[in-house]
Design a protein around this ligand. Structure first.
Ligand SMILES: [Zn+2]
Ligand SMILES: [Zn+2]
Length: 130
């Protein structure tokens, strides 16, 4: 059983046999869900596992993000890019602050534009109604 080639073939045989019988490919002890290769118990387990893996990954990403920001704050660097010194009393450097301000201004202008567009449509409707 230590021969990997043998193990591979053996597993393939077992799996095709289970598939033929309509059994769960993983445990072979329960019927597979219609149109699926796993039974209910194994599917739930694998769902759980992938959900947990995802949660762990998400948490790790969040943690490294937090850690990076913390290190930058400690060194008095801009939290956004980490390349420039942050403005005293602020979390961002001058460059990123400017960039952020521009972004905000843009979204505000966009919102106003949409609002105005909506009003125009409303006005037309009113006229139609009259
Ligand atoms: Zn199973
Ligand atoms: Zn910056």
């Amino acid at each position: 059983m230590s021969d990997p080639e043998y193990t591979r073939i053996y597993h393939r045989e077992v799996r095709s046999e289970r598939r033929r019988l309509g059994l769960c490919l993983k445990c072979g002890k329960e019927p597979a869900i219609a149109g699926k290769t796993l039974g209910l118990a194994c599917k739930e387990k694998s769902d759980d596992e992938s959900r947990r893996r995802w949660a762990n990954k998400r948490e790790a990403v969040r943690e490294s993000y937090r850690e990076r920001r913390r290190l930058r704050a400690e060194r008095g660097l801009c939290l956004e890019c980490g390349k420039e010194r942050s403005v005293p009393g602020r979390t961002l450097g001058a460059k990123c602050k400017r960039k952020n301000a521009r972004r905000w201004k843009m979204t505000r202008r966009e919102r106003e534009r949409r609002l105005k567009a909506g009003r125009v449509v409303l006005g037309e409707h009113d006229r139609v109604g009259v």
